[in-house]
Every structure is written in structure tokens, then in C-alpha cells.
Design a protein around this ligand. Sequence first.
Ligand SMILES: *[C@@H]1O[C@H](CO)[C@@H](O)[C@H](O)[C@H]1NC(C)=O
Ligand SMILES: *[C@@H]1O[C@H](CO)[C@@H](O)[C@H](O)[C@H]1NC(C)=O
Ligand SMILES: *[C@@H]1O[C@H](CO)[C@@H](O)[C@H](O)[C@H]1NC(C)=O
Ligand SMILES: *[C@@H]1O[C@H](CO)[C@@H](O)[C@H](O)[C@H]1NC(C)=O
Ligand SMILES: *[C@@H]1O[C@H](CO)[C@@H](O)[C@H](O)[C@H]1NC(C)=O
Ligand SMILES: *[C@@H]1O[C@H](CO)[C@@H](O)[C@H](O)[C@H]1NC(C)=O
Length: 255
Amino acid sequence: MMKIKMRVLSWFLSLICAIRTEGLLVRGPAMPLLVQLGASVTLPCSVDTPIPLHELVVLWMRDSGSLVHLFLGRESRPESQSPAYSGRAEFFTEEISKGNFSLLLRNVTTEDKGMHKCVVQTEQESSEANVTIDTEWLAVTGADVPVFAYAGEDVILNCSVDTHVPLGELEVEWMKTNEEIQVLLFMEGQYRPESQPERFRGRAEFFSEEIPKGNFSMKLRDVKTEDRGEFMSIQTENQSMQRHTYKNRVFPIGI
Ligand SMILES: *[C@@H]1O[C@H](CO)[C@@H](O)[C@H](O)[C@H]1NC(C)=O
Ligand SMILES: *[C@@H]1O[C@H](CO)[C@@H](O)[C@H](O)[C@H]1NC(C)=O
Ligand SMILES: *[C@@H]1O[C@H](CO)[C@@H](O)[C@H](O)[C@H]1NC(C)=O
Ligand SMILES: *[C@@H]1O[C@H](CO)[C@@H](O)[C@H](O)[C@H]1NC(C)=O
Ligand SMILES: *[C@@H]1O[C@H](CO)[C@@H](O)[C@H](O)[C@H]1NC(C)=O
Ligand SMILES: *[C@@H]1O[C@H](CO)[C@@H](O)[C@H](O)[C@H]1NC(C)=O
């Protein structure tokens, strides 16, 4: 009889434990978040049943152990944040009482790439969710079709860069790949015509007024037969030194 009672008791206890752990299921995103450098992102983290604020602790941490943000004693604690996150990470204050501990992270850098943990603690228990950030550099688009032109005509080689990286930190270079010569260079926020070889001087240029929109297309005037070949635009962000390339081909035809 005693044995049965013990069994029932232990079954009952394990049931309580199961309920307890299920009670604090912290939800994060199912997939890594893909974020463009310089942009803002919401790192999702929530529980289904709101937790009384007086017993709630939420820690957002990096895998390195540095503290991204903290909610403790009914308040968020910006003073405890690691300097790298100061002024950059915020809770949605009104959402916390609803069990939503998502974090808004601004001005994402390559350093933010990697795992983040949202640790939720109550008086009795603690549980966590993982949130992984992948950074994406630039989205570069252009038309991947060859451009045909008669000698003497002007052509436009399209290249658009969608980025949150400030223009001053972006380098865009147009190269003629088969001859490995630089045709055009944009660096430190400016067009650098002095680096242009004689052959392209006054013939190849950016549309200056279009650059702030991310349009780094190249205009090539008075196409010559020796221009035949492949032109490549190379975008580099000077901090991460990540490169992205985009190719255009020009086929001057006839004379
Ligand atoms: C975030 O970026 C914006 C624009 O680039 C800048 O004005 C702001 O100071 C940055 N904020 C932080 C906290 O770095
Ligand atoms: C948490 O709040 C943020 C900001 O309002 C919102 O985008 C997100 O959908 C909310 N998450 C949940 C689970 O309600
Ligand atoms: C979060 O990631 C760590 C390390 O990869 C892992 O040990 C832990 O089980 C993960 N937690 C969840 C809730 O997936
Ligand atoms: C360049 O882009 C513009 C705008 O997207 C488009 O209208 C034009 O056809 C493109 N030119 C080439 C040669 O792809
Ligand atoms: C870039 O600007 C030039 C000049 O306004 C325009 O002809 C071209 O279509 C633009 N390219 C894109 C991709 O918007
Ligand atoms: C990137 O370029 C900008 C503008 O030239 C410069 O102010 C900044 O210091 C550069 N950053 C690095 C890491 O080289």
C-alpha cells in the first residue's frame, strides 16, 4: 500500500515538474535572422503566459557572455549593458507585461553576427531561447544581360547597391576584367577621377546625382572597339572588407 502511495506521489511530482517546465516555454525565432548591416532588427523572445513583473528577470546575452540588455526589478537596466550595446538595444517596454521580451537592436554591425540568448527567469524557474543573427552586406542588382553598342555610341552599365552602410564607408570600383584596369573609382564618399587611366578619362563616369540613391551605374561614352569585354563593379565596405562583385559585359559591334 505504502509502495503504491510512493509511486503515485513520485508520478504526481514528475507531472508537476513537466507542467512547470512547459509553463516556461520561451519562444524565439525558428530561423536565423538575416539583417542588413546598419539596419535595425527585432529579436523575438516571448512566453505564452505573462509573468508578474516583480518576479521577472530577462537577460539578453551574447554567446561570448556579454550582456546585451537586462530587465530586473520591474525595470530595464541600460546601465548594466555592455558598452557595445549602449543606446542600441531596447525592450518594447509596453510589451513586457504581456510576456513579450523582444529586443530592438539598431545599427547592426558584423560584430552582431552570431548567437544571442534570451534568458527568462522567475522566482522558481529559468528558461531560454536562442536567436541567431546573420548579417547580409549589400544587395547589389544590375541587369545580367550583355550590352551591345555601335562604336561611337554611349552605353549605361547598370549597378545598384542597396545598403545601410553610409556612403563614406563604401568603395565602389569598376574594373575592366580582361585587362585588369580600373575604369572608375568611388571612395571616401567621392568620385576619384584622378585614378582613371587616360583611355577612359572623360569617357567613363558615374551619375553623381544618382549615387545617394545607391545607383552606381557607369556611363561609358563614345564606345570604342577596344572596350569590348567584361566590366565588373566591385563594392567594398571598408570596415568588414567584404566584397561583392557584379559583372557587365560590353560588346561594341561594327565601326
Ligand atoms: C545609428 O546610425 C545612425 C545613422 O547612421 C546614427 O545617426 C546613430 O548615431 C547611430 N546610433 C548608434 C547608437 O550608434
Ligand atoms: C512583441 O512586440 C514587438 C514590437 O511591438 C512585435 O513586433 C512582436 O510581434 C511582438 N511579439 C509577440 C510574440 O507578440
Ligand atoms: C541554445 O544554444 C546552445 C548552444 O548551442 C544549446 O546548448 C542550447 O540547447 C540551445 N537552447 C535552445 C533553447 O535551443
Ligand atoms: C538599367 O536600369 C534601368 C532601371 O532599372 C532600366 O530601365 C534599364 O533598362 C537598365 N538598362 C540596362 C542596359 O539593363
Ligand atoms: C541610374 O541612373 C541613370 C541616370 O539617371 C539611369 O539611366 C539608370 O537607369 C539608373 N539605373 C538604375 C539601375 O536605376
Ligand atoms: C572607412 O571610411 C571612412 C571614410 O573614409 C573613414 O572615416 C573610416 O575611418 C573608415 N573606416 C575604417 C575601419 O577604415
